[in-house]
Design a protein around this ligand. Structure first.
Ligand code: SF4
Ligand code: F3S
Length: 112
C-alpha cells in the first residue's frame, strides 16, 4: 500500500505535506508534488496536513492510475523536503474540477 497525490494538488501546491514525511518521498513538479510509491511507508501522517485534500490512500477507487502517475513523475522530478510558499492564487484553485487537463505541467520543480 502507498499514499498518492492526485490532481487536487495542481496549482495549489501548499507543500505542508513535505515537512511531516519521515522518509522524504515527495517529489516536486512545476505546479504539483507526487509521492514515490516505492518509498512511501504508508504512515499516513501527510494525509491530514494537505489543505486541498490531495493526498489519498491507494485503496480508493481509481487509485491505480494515480499510483502509476506518481511513480512516473517521482522518477523524473527532484525531491522536496522543505516547505515553500504556495502560488499566490492557490486558494482559488482549491476544489476546482479538471485541473489535470487545464494546468498540469510535466516540467520539474526546483526541489529543495
Ligand atoms: Fe511520507 Fe507517510 Fe505520507 Fe508516505 S504516508 S508520503 S511515508 S508521510
Ligand atoms: Fe499538494 Fe497538498 Fe502537499 S496541495 S503540495 S499535496 S500539502
Amino acid at each position: 500500500m502507498t499514499y498518492i497525490v492526485n490532481d487536487a494538488c495542481i496549482s495549489c501546491k501548499y507543500t505542508d505535506c513535505v515537512e511531516v514525511c519521515p522518509v522524504d518521498c515527495f517529489y516536486e513538479g512545476e505546479n504539483m508534488l507526487v509521492i514515490h510509491p516505492d518509498e512511501c511507508i504508508d504512515c499516513g501522517v501527510c494525509e491530514p496536513e494537505c489543505p486541498a485534500d490531495a493526498i489519498r490512500p491507494d485503496t480508493e477507487p481509481d487509485a491505480e492510475k494515480w499510483v502509476e502517475f506518481n511513480r512516473k513523475y517521482a522518477e523524473l522530478w527532484p525531491v522536496i523536503i522543505t516547505r515553500k510558499d504556495p502560488p499566490p492564487d492557490a486558494k482559488e484553485h482549491e476544489g476546482e474540477a479538471g485541473k489535470l487537463e487545464k494546468y498540469f505541467s510535466e516540467s520539474p520543480g526546483t526541489g529543495g
